[in-house]
Design a protein. Structure first.
Length: 93
């Protein structure tokens, strides 16, 4: 059975399981028994293992668990050294 989201004005969002297409528009809240309305489901597009999905997941994770920087980066820029003999024929700036 699918889970449906309901929102209680006092307690917030909770889930309940109902048979498919038979979920009522409102149910009593399990905590305070106040009438709670059913929320419209969001579009469930599959973003598993896509660049956009990974970006959204990392963005959501960093909003709640930001990475802490403890110091300056230690990497130094590497000089552009090439060992290809053809590159010697290129014009120099």
């Amino acid at each position: 059975m699918p889970l449906y989201d309901f929102k209680c004005p006092a307690c917030g969002v909770f889930e309940q399981s109902h048979p498919m297409n038979t979920a009522p528009r409102s149910v009593p809240c399990p905590t305070c028994s106040e009438l709670s309305r059913k929320l419209m489901p969001g579009v469930g597009l599959s973003r598993l293992n896509t660049p956009q999905g990974r970006l959204l997941e990392s963005t959501q994770a960093s909003a709640h668990e930001p990475q802490v920087v403890r110091g300056k980066p230690t990497a130094t820029p590497r000089p552009n050294i090439t060992f290809n003999p053809k590159h010697r024929l290129l014009p120099r700036p």
